[in-house]
Design a protein around this ligand. Structure first.
Ligand SMILES: C[C@H](O)[C@@H](O)CC(=O)C(=O)O
Ligand SMILES: [Mg+2]
Length: 444
């Protein structure tokens, strides 16, 4: 028996805006940040659960307050009671009778839920001595499905169907696991095409990416059509036409604008247009998909799909051809697994959103689980990679041959180095104090 004794939350920020890393048409100057959670217990085994939710700088303090407000639901709870009825616990967290009013299951409160739930999964995997992907893959289908809250999605996916889907894929699982361990999970790179990069920087990063073996590159668009044409052109010049290009507008356009702009960019043969419009507009996405699919362009979205309900509607409406689950936008692993299962039911490939701080660390586990246990296919499936901030994690991701090498250490790969937690705390960590002193940022 182990009881949760404390939940600590940290506001960690990294000054990525200084070099325009992560910039796009809507988020022009992100400082990659997170609400970071550490859960401790009285088990006496020295294990802690580390989890995070990704943010873009300002506002992380609001997420922190939400995490702290939810902590009373954890501290004093027995781990066995949480993991023994994880869907019940997840519902207690997301449906708390007073706090649900400030969601429900969306926005800041759901980001806070993600940080906490991710920390719980990290702790569970550590206690089992397995990396998270292996914990998920080895779990009996009934047990895994018992972690999911099917409320609001049972009209498209029932518990029984989910168990059936997982059981059907038991065959071949061992081979797929072996294949993943040998080859890794295929990835694409985003960090060559941030919107704020100069032409020289984009060219340099494309060349570096090609030399490292990357074959799929994502480019930011959406701020200005003429500039998009210029940038897509120069990226095609660098990567050629045999490699794959995706474009990402980060919700900048209206529905008709998305169609018109993408008709103009179709000559560059993008595989997908990501987040063309509002992430809540399932029918808008469907309209865009209908217009663009005949041009060979799919619609991708998910990094700001706030919960399983929006994903359900996107899938029902035919609004996405690439399902970009996000490890921090929804309420952690439990909800992500439900979306992976729904996507499989609709035959839509899962291509996780990553990057930010820590997202690559987490989604590598989820992508591998999808392949081994759910989709059993790599067709049109590729996991995002962005080359920033991994050095802050104890078990940093490893990329080889443009693929994620499967993590072997126990946990969800979410634990940061103690010195990173110390130095990047906002605003009092040493890094921020120095940045304020140098006048690069203004102290709050
Ligand atoms: C603000 C983030 O960097 C965002 O641009 C990331 C994103 O859209 C992606 O990785 O895709
Ligand atoms: Mg994106």
């Amino acid at each position: 028996m182990a009881t949760i004794t404390a939940l600590k939350a940290y506001d960690l920020r990294f000054p990525t805006s200084l070099e325009a890393h992560g910039s796009d048409a809507m988020h022009t100057d992100p400082d990659y940040s997170c609400g970071y959670v550490v859960i401790t217990t009285d088990a006496g085994d020295g294990l802690e659960g580390h989890g995070l939710t990704f943010t873009c700088g300002r506002g992380t303090e609001v997420v922190l307050v939400a995490i702290q407000s939810l902590s009373f639901l954890l501290v004093g709870k027995k781990l066995e009671d949480i993991y023994g009825n994880f869907s019940g616990f997840w519902r207690a967290l997301t449906s708390e009778s007073q706090m649900r009013w400030i969601g429900p299951e969306k926005g800041v409160i759901h980001l806070a839920t993600a940080a906490i739930v991710n920390a719980l999964w990290d702790l569970w995997a550590k206690r089992e001595g397995k990396p998270l992907w292996k914990l998920l893959v080895d779990m009996e289908p009934e047990k895994l499905v018992s972690c999911i809250d099917f409320r609001y999605i049972s009209d498209v996916l029932t518990k029984e169907e989910a168990v059936e889907m997982l059981k059907k894929n038991q065959e071949g699982k061992a081979d797929r696991e072996k294949e993943m361990l040998e080859k890794g999970y295929p990835a694409y790179i985003t960090s060559a095409g941030w919107l704020g990069y100069s032409e020289d920087e984009i060219r340099r990063r494309c060349r570096e990416g090609l030399a490292q073996g990357w074959t799929r590159f994502k480019v930011k668009v959406g701020a200005d059509l003429a500039d998009d044409v210029r940038r897509c052109g120069l990226i095609r010049e660098e990567i050629g036409w045999d490699n794959t290009m995706m474009v990402d507008a980060n919700q900048r356009w209206d529905v008709q604008e998305s169609i018109d702009h993408m008709k103009r960019l179709a000559e560059f043969k993008p595989l997908w247009i990501e987040e063309p419009t509002s992430p809540d507009d399932a029918l808008g996405h469907a309209t865009i998909a209908k217009a663009l699919n005949p041009l060979g362009i799919g619609v991708a979205t998910g990094e700001q799909c706030q919960n399983r309900v929006i994903f359900k509607q996107m899938l029902q409406a035919g609004g996405l051809q690439f399902c970009q689950i996000d490890s921090c936008r929804m309420g952690g692993v439990n909800e992500v697994v439900s979306v992976i299962l729904m996507a499989a039911k609709f035959g839509v490939p899962v291509c996780p959103h990553a990057g930010g701080v820590g997202l690559c660390q987490m989604v590598q586990h989820l992508a591998v689980f999808d392949y081994i246990s759910v989709s059993a296919s790599l067709d049109n499936r590729v996991c995002e990679f962005a080359d920033h901030l991994h050095e802050n994690f104890k078990e940093a991701i490893v990329i080889k041959n443009a693929s994620y090498v499967l993590p072997k250490a126990a946990g969800y790969s979410t634990e940061m180095k103690p010195e990173s937690i110390r130095d990047y705390q906002y605003p009092n960590g040493a890094v921020w104090q120095q940045l304020f002193k140098e006048g690069k940022f203004t102290a709050p």
